[in-house]
Design a protein around this ligand. Structure first.
Ligand code: DQA
Length: 145
């Protein structure tokens, strides 16, 4: 059986749809999950989709993706800009890792201008709303071909 694609979401993304909708839109994380499930199914992949507000749990899930997943998409949310632990976890896995953002951090506050995750990931997609996830899936699947 083919390994699934992992999509991991960091802190506050459980509030998608209610949280700053002018920045993040009105779709919920369940809507994003359903959209990604359809896209994975169309491409013949299973999906493991998770969200946590806890940095260490995200590290555990990255490690799990490294052993049980075909590829990893990660929206690390605020941990993008702070987490050396996530950087190290991504460096330690040997699968394609695509960093995803709904908004465009490069066009926002100064504290969002550094991404530790971008320095470890295979590539990054941001600023395209929830379509960043679909484009990230496409990029991961292309990398797997
Ligand atoms: C985000 C961007 C981050 O800067 C922010 O902390 C988030 C969401 C995005 O998807 O646009 O929580 O990762």
């Amino acid at each position: 059986m083919a390994k699934p694609i992992y999509i991991l979401n960091g802190p506050n993304l459980n509030l998608l749809g209610q949280r700053e909708p002018e920045i993040y839109g009105s779709d919920t994380l369940d809507d994003v999950k359903a959209m990604c499930e359809r896209a994975c199914k169309d491409q013949g992949y299973g999906l493991k989709f998770a969200q946590t507000n806890i940095e260490g749990e995200l590290v555990d899930l990255v490690q799990e993706a490294g052993s049980k997943g075909a590829a990893l998409l990660i929206n690390p949310a605020a941990y993008t800009h702070t987490s050396v632990a996530l950087y190290d976890a991504i460096k330690a896995v040997d699968i394609p890792v695509i960093e995803i953002h709904i908004s465009q951090p490069a066009a926002r506050e100064a504290f969002r201008q550094t991404s530790y995750v971008a320095q470890a990931a295979s590539g990054s997609i941001s600023g395209l709303g929830i379509n960043s996830y679909l484009l990230g899936l496409e990029a991961a699947i292309l990398k797997l071909k």
